[in-house]
Design a protein around this ligand. Structure first.
Ligand code: KG4
Ligand code: ZN
Length: 347
């Protein structure tokens, strides 16, 4: 099969990204460059991503990102075989910025344009990094998403379940905010938890009484707020140790729930696909050491292979978009200038 080189663009949330990915025939795919401009500082004063600010920053940064990604790969736009862009789901202003930029580049060069679902980008990352064959089980855990998928092909996903309220990353971020820790919350809560006692505070384990693969994280935040307020009422403030114990208890609850629901998802997956046993993870929360540890344990229990892509490809990036576009392009698909941004786009 022919060698393909794609430029990918990503701008659906608070990272502006461009990347170049190449795959020669059936060989492994290669990330030739991957540039990410984060917007954390722009939003830090507001306690969350402000869509209007995000859209403006994407519009300003996208062409710089593209220039840097091409330069880092030592290639020109004319060396690309196609241009892939996140067409949703996400914040509409950002997605439109990306789609417009990609259309401009496609119109100027005559290159094919390929719209990619952001979630498909995350879900296919284990194929980019580890050439994992279809079908495999994917746990997508990020700031905006949480779901179990059986990945059967570049456009063929079966959803087994997911969160019914907050995503786990969102719960980490809110926990950090409630305890006065810096954003993004995941890394700061993890750091505090290292010196905490996970048994001091009794956090709930939501939805474990139900046999399905659905999860819920908003109750953990409410429980944390109650416990925090109780300590503050008793002692007039929070000590460093109180904070660490709260973080440790919260993180242990998230890890426990993910472990048990992953066991159930693996059972459902093996009912459908008895022969292969690969469990892959993607999304920012996959960076959490406690979460990673329990997932590894669960996989060992059932003799499944556990695949966790390197962190830079787990969090939002454009290499995953270029790669997902490459798979779609290889299977003969592409979009025209009528490609539109889709704020909602379930897999
Ligand atoms: O995948 P991602 O970059 O963005 C989304 O598409 O949502 O994930 C970002 C999320 C944030 O909520 C962040 O707090 C969380 O991933 N995160 C972590 C850790 N590192 C990042 N959560 C828990 N533990 C971590 N070490
Ligand atoms: Zn994402």
């Amino acid at each position: 099969e022919q060698s393909l080189t794609l430029l990918g663009l990503e701008s659906s949330c608070d990272d502006t990204a461009a990347a170049v990915v190449r795959q020669s025939g059936q060989g492994p795919a290669e990330v030739l460059s991957s540039i990410v401009f984060g917007q954390t500082e722009l939003h830090s004063a507001f306690g969350g991503v402000v869509p209007e600010i995000a859209a403006r920053a994407h519009a300003e940064k996208l062409d710089h990102c593209v220039r840097d990604a091409l330069a880092a790969a030592d290639l020109r736009l004319q060396d690309m075989d196609a241009i892939a862009v996140t067409a949703g789901p996400g914040l509409i202003g950002g997605v439109i910025s990306g789609v417009m930029c990609a259309k401009g580049l496609a119109a100027a060069t005559g290159l094919p344009l390929i719209g990619v679902n952001h979630l498909a980008g995350h879900a296919l990352t284990p194929r980019l990094t580890d050439a994992v064959p279809y079908p495999y089980l994917m746990l997508l855990v990020s700031g905006g998403h949480c779901q179990y998928l059986i990945v059967r092909g570049p456009d063929d996903f079966k959803r087994l379940g997911g969160t019914i309220d907050d995503a786990p990353g969102e719960a980490f971020d809110k926990t950090a905010r409630l305890l006065g820790l810096p954003q993004p919350g995941g890394p700061s809560v993890q750091k505090e938890a290292e010196s905490g006692d996970p048994r001091r505070f009794r956090f709930p384990r939501p939805l474990l009484d139900r046999p399905d693969c659905n999860l819920s994280f908003s109750g953990l935040k409410t429980a944390l707020m109650r416990m925090r307020d109780q300590v503050m009422a008793e002692k007039g403030g929070l000590t460093r140790q109180d904070r660490a114990d709260l973080c440790a208890g919260f993180q242990a609850a998230v890890a426990d729930v993910l472990a048990e629901k992953t066991r159930r998802a693996i059972r459902r997956y093996l009912e459908e696909v008895p022969t292969t046993r690969t469990v892959a993870v993607a999304g920012g929360v996959a960076a959490n050491t406690a979460v990673r540890a329990v997932l590894e344990t669960v996989c060992t229990e059932v003799d499944a292979q556990f695949v966790a892509p390197p962190l830079a490809l787990c969090t939002d990036n454009a290499a995953m978009i270029a790669y997902a576009g490459l798979e779609r392009f290889r299977s003969g698909e592409q979009d025209g200038m009528e490609l539109s941004a889709r704020p909602r786009w379930p897999l």
